[in-house]
Design a binder for this molecule. Structure first.
Ligand SMILES: Cc1ncc(COP(=O)(O)O)c(C=O)c1O
Length: 376
């Protein structure tokens, strides 16, 4: 006869199995880079640097900090639901209409909004197999099927993606430059891809790292938006503007698309401090210039050091570099942690021997290289 305890366990189990939406059991949650304080605590370290989440190593824009301080006294009020002032400023900057913009609690939220606004239950999403994980995760959370295509030379293979589109394909996500590889698709490839694309397909170009790009043949996707194509651009204040902790990003698309997306947006999705900070940071040209310079110089230094160490790396258009660890990537990642350096192992992406390092300040980059030499 089963004991009371085992009966209770069974009932709990039964509840667990029936109460939850079973689809979510198939989702592997997003694993963010380890926080500095957690690593200090776990390993008993005094000094830890984080080069794991492609953040700005200089901190936030000083203009943004001042704007937040000023806005603090007003946080008893709900935020401006439409991001009015930021919308005006960005519309003037990008030479698009205010109605071509949508704001989100990070560009992550806009990925969710796009899927909700465009995908019917049977519609499918296409992206690459090694890319920003949130495309897949958010698609699964929404119960949508995702098809992935292998990368070509660490960048999106647009020709292959075009080949596999089917009548159910609704949204294609393209991170350009790609995260975690830093590689990019060039103007000509994008032009060929967009030519004769089925009319029911929406192509999302995620330009989270656009401000770090140097490549002369990088595509100008904004032009396609202005031509009224089925294209949506994602941008963020989390990277060069140094506001990752505030959560604010935006989308650019034709008016018709923005209207659909606004229907599934929560009314106060972007908080008041984020709006003020983003508005101020947009104008902080000195900070943006300095942030870009530090990444350009840092990338040159890291690539030189990788060459000296005989380490293979992928040339990057972003603020991080993917490199091939000469030994098991996870082990190298763990040994770097013990040296007080947090980077990102690539197991979640299926690139077991690779590590992604975010470009830091000069002393941070030097500490990373010193630690890497030691652990290898
Ligand atoms: C390609 C890409 N898109 C979007 C994001 C998320 O940006 P946000 O902080 O605006 O949600 C990231 C963050 O790392 C990213 O790498």
């Amino acid at each position: 006869m089963p004991s009371i305890l085992s009966c209770l366990a069974h009932i709990r189990m039964w509840n667990k199995n029936t109460i939850v939406n079973k689809k979510i059991l198939e989702i592997t949650p997003y694993q963010p880079g380890k926080p500095i304080e957690e690593v200090k605590r776990q390993l008993g370290l005094q000094k830890v640097i984080k080069l794991a989440s492609n953040e700005n190593p200089l901190g936030p824009s000083p203009k943004a900090i001042r704007a937040i301080q000023k806005a603090l006294a007003k946080i008893n009020r709900y935020p401006e639901g439409s991001c009015f002032y930021l919308r005006q400023a960005l519309s003037a900057r990008l030479k698009v209409k205010p109605q071509n913009l949508i704001f989100g609690n990070g560009s992550d939220e806009i990925i969710d909004i796009i899927i909700k606004a465009f995908c019917e239950p049977e519609d499918e999403i296409v992206t690459s197999d090694v890319t920003f994980l949130e495309y897949k995760i958010i698609a699964w959370q929404n119960g949508r099927k995702v098809t992935t295509v292998p990368l070509k030379d660490f960048a999106y293979d647009l020709a292959k993606i075009k080949d596999i589109l089917n009548p159910r394909t609704k949204v294609v996500f393209i991170a350009n430059p790609n995260n975690p590889t830093g590689a990019y698709v060039a103007r000509k490839e994008v032009e060929d891809f967009l030519k004769a694309l089925p009319r029911r397909v929406v192509v999302v170009f995620d330009e989270a790292y656009l401000e770090f790009v140097d490549a002369k043949d990088f595509p100008l996707i904004l032009r396609y938006v202005k031509e009224g194509r089925n294209v949506i651009i994602l941008r963020t204040f989390s990277k060069i503007y140094g506001l990752a902790g505030l959560r604010i990003g935006y989308g650019i698309a034709k008016e018709e698309f923005i209207k659909y997306m606004e229907r599934v947006r929560q009314p106060f999705n972007v908080n008041a401090l984020a709006q003020e900070a983003a508005y101020a940071a947009l104008d902080d040209t000195a900070f943006i210039r300095k942030s870009k310079a530090i990444v350009t110089r840092g990338k040159e230094y890291l690539c030189r050091e990788f060459k000296k160490l005989g380490i293979k790396y992928i040339p990057s258009q972003a603020n991080f570099i993917l490199f091939c660890a000469p030994q098991d990537g996870l082990k190298v990642f763990q040994r770097l942690l013990t040296q007080g350096v947090i980077v990102r192992d690539m197991c979640q992406y299926g690139l077991n021997n690779f590590i992604r390092v975010t470009v830091g300040t000069k002393p941070e980059n030097e500490k990373f290289i010193k630690a890497l030499r030691k652990v290898l």
